[in-house]
Design a protein around this ligand. Structure first.
Ligand code: HPA
Length: 411
């Protein structure tokens, strides 16, 4: 077989074998410098289509082949080489199409700059898409402001869940700060949450009580939700008691039961919503805090003892709390899933505060009031609603208040 070669103003006819020999000699003698290696994306997608492999060599094999025979510039090559180069170029283009542009460069300077900015920004954004990071100085400013405005030096902080804020009314020698008056403090938007910080004495023990907490579903980012906890730490608080309203998943539970939280499932955390994400400030705690002991065993034992003494041991449970982002209540399928995961109750709070509290070494006691049993049966006409949650809370408030104040006397 022969090949027609157009070169300058002459037309030549060569046998294919001769052309091949010329090309081989040129390569060996290095007269055609190898072109730069072809673009190789950082990651090639995994291919599961076996039949496709049969028709096209695997991408890696194609790349190796390309490196061994780098494509040559079409402009500089005559005849057959020109056509080879065109074929090679088409092949390259197909390769790029099939592998795509690859993932974003996670080490790019723009991304690092964004993270640094997020870690030190002092903007007051509360959107969950642009996390608000506070500096140690900012937490300290708030703590110092509070210390300057009250003589009290509480060792126990209590975060009151939906409808459970009346616990703060039991405090004596109270100093009350509406959230809106406290520098940098967010404000709560949920009915049933008063929105004030109350310092005072419960059973002779100095406490600080959050009447109204901040929820992720209100639109606050997770750092804002947990802002008060680091302020408590800087005030000198050593123990955090968190209460919440929760839906019961465990069939053995009843509406009105109180559950001691022995562990949690951080479902928003699985999706990257963990308040400890971002730069770690060692003044608060370590980079990788342990959470297998999040809920203090000693405090739980004290709580069980208190419940027995108070005669409410019959409706005290102990189990696993699962946080969901909310604000929609769970579907039947979701409730079934959470049960399968090992959750006994489900709610929309608590876990972020506990993570931050444990990070800075506070002891934690968590209490869920089961305000409703979740719906897990497709034939049921029951529907979860906030009014029911508040009504059950009202029915149980006194028991819970008495329980917490008796417990605080023992801490
Ligand atoms: N689901 C989620 N959060 C809740 C519920 C519930 O059923 N009840 C009270 N808070």
């Amino acid at each position: 077989m022969c090949v027609v070669v157009f070169c300058k103003n002459t037309i030549s006819i060569y046998p294919v074998r001769t052309i091949c020999s010329i090309l081989w000699v040129r390569r060996i003698c290095g007269r055609t410098p190898p072109s730069p290696p072809p673009h190789r994306p950082a990651f090639a997608p995994l291919r599961t289509d076996v039949s496709a492999h049969r028709h096209h060599p695997p991408i890696r094999a194609q790349q190796q082949q390309q490196q061994q025979n780098p494509p040559e510039s079409a402009a500089r090559l005559p005849g057959t080489q020109q056509r080879d180069a065109a074929v090679q170029e088409r092949l390259n283009r197909r390769l790029v199409c099939r592998t795509g542009p690859g993932p974003p460069d996670l080490n790019s300077s723009t991304r690092r700059a964004g993270m640094d900015q997020a870690a030190t920004s002092s903007s007051s954004s509360s959107s969950s898409s642009s996390p608000r990071r506070y500096t140690h100085e900012e937490y300290k400013e708030t703590a110092d402001w509070l210390l300057a405005h009250t003589e009290q030096r509480p060792k126990v902080a209590i975060i009151c869940g939906s409808g459970l804020g009346s616990l703060a009314d039991l405090l004596e020698d109270k100093t009350v700060f509406p959230y809106k008056d406290i520098p940098r403090f967010p404000t709560s938007t949920v009915p049933g949450h008063a929105g004030q910080l109350v310092f005072g004495k419960l059973q002779g023990r100095e406490c600080v009580c959050m009447q109204g907490r901040f929820h992720f579903y209100e639109g606050y980012d997770i750092q804002t939700v947990t802002f008060p906890v680091r302020v408590f730490f800087l005030l000198g608080v050593e123990t955090l008691i968190v209460t919440n309203a929760a839906g019961g998943l465990n069939d053995a539970y009843n509406e009105g039961d109180i559950m001691l939280i022995k562990d949690h499932i951080n479902l928003p955390g699985f999706a990257g919503q963990n308040p400890l994400c971002g730069q770690n400030d060692e003044r608060f705690g370590v980079r990788f805090p342990c959470m297998s002991d999040a809920y203090d065993r000693e405090l739980r034992a004290l709580a069980r003892q208190t419940a027995e003494e108070q005669g409410c041991g019959g409706f005290l449970q102990e189990g696993v709390y699962c946080m969901v982002a909310g604000p929609s209540y769970e579907t039947i399928a979701e409730c079934r899933l959470l049960r399968t995961l090992g959750a006994d109750t489900v709610g929309m709070s608590t876990v972020p505060e506990v993570l931050v509290a444990r990070h800075c070494g506070l002891r934690v006691l968590g209490l869920s009031l089961i305000t409703n049993m979740t719906v897990t049966d497709y034939d049921s006409n029951q529907k979860a609603n906030h009014e029911e949650v508040l009504q059950t809370t009202r029915n149980r408030t006194q028991d819970l208040e008495r329980f917490v104040s008796n417990l605080i006397a023992k801490i």
